[in-house]
Ligand binder design. Structure first.
Ligand code: LRH
Ligand code: MN
Ligand code: MN
Length: 387
C-alpha cells in the first residue's frame, strides 16, 4: 500500500472556498445580515484571499453564476491574482428561475431545456476567460409526485443536455456532476446518487467526473465507501465539503462528525487523491448563517487539514500487516491511533515553516481586517439564495 508522505500530502491539500460563503445567508426562515460582508464579487474574492493568506491552504475561489456575474471576468481573474488567489470552479445555476419549476435540463418543455443548456454553455465561455478547469453542475430537477413525469424520459433529456455541454468543453476542462438525494424535489431527483452521476459520467467520457457533496446523502450513508469506489474507477472529480446533522445543513466541515471526515480523508490518501495528478478538487460548499464568515472558512480549512493530517499519519504498513493477518482489532487500532493523535502541534509547525502564524484564527482576528471591512463596506449583499 503506497501512501504519500505527511508533508507532501499536506502541501498538496488545496481547499477551494466558495464565493457564496462570504455573503449573508440564512435558512428559509430568516437571512441574518452581518456587518462588513462583500458588496460585489470583487470583495468576495478579497475576503477569500484573507483565508488563504492566514491558512496558506485555500488558493482558489469558486464562483456561482449568476450570483457572481460581472461585466468583465478577466478583470475579476486579475483581481484574484492581485490578491494572491485564483478563480476556481464555475458553478452553474439553473435552479432560481420561474421557468425551472418543473426542471431545467430535464424539463418537459424544450424551450426551457434550451434556456438551461444555454446557461451551462455560457458558463463554459466564462471558464475560458477565468482559466477555470471545472464546471460544477448541480440540478435541482426532479418530481414531487409519482406519475408527475416520466423518469426515463427525464434521464434521456439529461444525457442529451450533458452531451451538448461536454462537447463544448475545451482541452483540460471538466464537468463535475454533483448528486443530491432530495430537495428541492421530494419524490425523485434526476441525479439523486453517485451511481446515477457515475453512469452519466461514464457515458460522457473521461472529462466528466463525480462531485461528492458530503451533505447530500441519506443519514448513515457510508460516504468513504463511495469515495473509495469513485477513486478506484478514476471518477472522483471533487468534494463539496460541509457537515450536517440532519439534511443539507451546509455547516462547517468537520464540525458535526470529524471522525467521518477522517475516514473520508483516509480513503482519499489510500486512493492517491492527494496526488494532484488524480485531479480531486477539495471544495467547501458551506453557508455561515450565524457565525462570522471569514472565520468560518478559516475554521473549515483548519478542520480539513486536521482530518487530512490524521489520515496521513495512518501507519500504512502496520495496517496492511494487520489486515493480511486477519487481525480485526489490530487493524482498527492502527486507524484509531492516527485518529486520536493531536495533530495541532504538527500543523502549527507546518505553518511556521511556511512563514505563517501557528494559529491562523488568532492571527486573522488580530489583523484588524474585520474592523476595516466593517468600516469600509456598507450594504453588503446576500449569498445567492437569499437574494
Ligand atoms: C445544492 C448545492 C449545490 C449548489 C450549492 C449552492 O444543494 O450543494 O452545490 O451549487 O448547493
Ligand atoms: Mn454542493
Ligand atoms: Mn447542497
Amino acid at each position: 500500500m503506497s501512501m504519500i508522505d505527511f508533508t507532501t500530502g499536506l502541501n498538496n491539500l488545496a481547499i477551494e472556498t466558495p464565493s457564496w460563503a462570504y455573503g449573508n445567508s440564512g435558512t428559509r426562515f430568516k437571512v441574518f445580515t452581518q456587518h462588513g460582508v462583500p458588496r460585489d464579487p470583487f470583495e468576495k474574492i478579497t475576503d477569500a484571499a484573507q483565508v488563504h493568506a492566514f491558512t496558506g491552504a485555500a488558493p482558489t475561489v469558486a464562483l456561482h453564476i449568476p450570483w457572481d456575474r460581472v461585466s468583465d471576468f478577466a478583470a475579476l481573474a486579475t483581481h484574484a491574482t492581485d490578491q494572491g488567489v485564483k478563480l476556481g470552479a464555475i458553478n452553474a445555476n439553473v435552479f432560481q428561475d420561474d421557468d425551472y419549476m418543473l426542471g431545467s435540463v430535464t424539463n418537459p418543455d424544450p424551450r426551457v431545456r434550451r434556456k438551461a443548456i444555454d446557461h451551462l454553455l455560457e458558463c463554459v465561455d466564462i471558464m475560458d476567460v477565468t482559466g477555470s478547469r471545472d464546471l460544477k453542475l448541480w440540478f435541482s430537477d426532479g418530481t414531487n409526485y409519482p406519475g408527475q413525469d416520466d423518469i426515463r424520459a427525464r434521464q434521456d433529456r439529461l444525457s442529451e443536455a450533458l452531451a451538448e455541454v461536454y462537447d463544448r468543453l475545451g482541452d483540460g476542462q471538466r464537468i463535475l456532476l454533483e448528486y443530491k438525494l432530495f430537495e428541492p424535489a421530494f419524490y425523485t431527483m434526476d441525479v439523486p446518487d453517485w451511481g446515477t452521476s457515475f453512469l452519466h459520467c461514464i457515458a460522457l467520457g473521461p472529462k466528466a467526473t463525480v462531485c461528492v457533496d458530503t451533505g447530500h446523502h441519506a443519514p448513515g450513508t457510508n460516504i468513504e465507501f463511495i469515495v473509495a469506489m469513485l477513486l478506484r474507477a478514476g471518477r472522483l472529480g471533487a468534494f463539496d465539503f460541509n457537515s450536517r446533522f440532519y439534511a443539507d445543513d451546509d455547516l462547517m466541515v468537520g464540525a458535526a462528525d470529524p471522525f467521518q471526515l477522517f475516514r473520508i480523508m483516509h480513503e482519499v490518501v489510500r486512493g492517491g487523491g492527494l496526488d494532484p495528478a488524480t485531479g480531486v478538487a477539495f471544495m467547501l460548499d458551506q453557508c455561515h448563517n450565524i457565525e462570522p464568515k471569514i472565520q468560518g472558512q478559516i475554521r473549515s480549512v483548519m478542520n480539513a487539514q486536521e482530518a487530512t493530517a490524521k489520515a496521513l499519519l495512518v501507519d500504512a504498513d502496520a495496517l496492511k500487516a494487520a489486515q493480511s493477518a486477519g487481525d480485526v482489532l489490530g487493524a482498527n487500532a492502527v486507524l484509531m491511533d492516527a485518529y486520536n493523535t493531536d495533530v495541532r502541534p504538527l500543523l502549527a509547525s507546518w505553518r511556521e515553516e511556511r512563514g505563517l502564524a501557528a494559529d491562523p484564527m488568532a492571527a486573522y482576528k488580530a489583523s484588524g481586517y474585520f474592523d476595516k471591512i466593517v468600516a469600509e463596506r456598507v450594504g453588503g449583499t446576500q449569498a445567492g439564495w437569499g437574494a
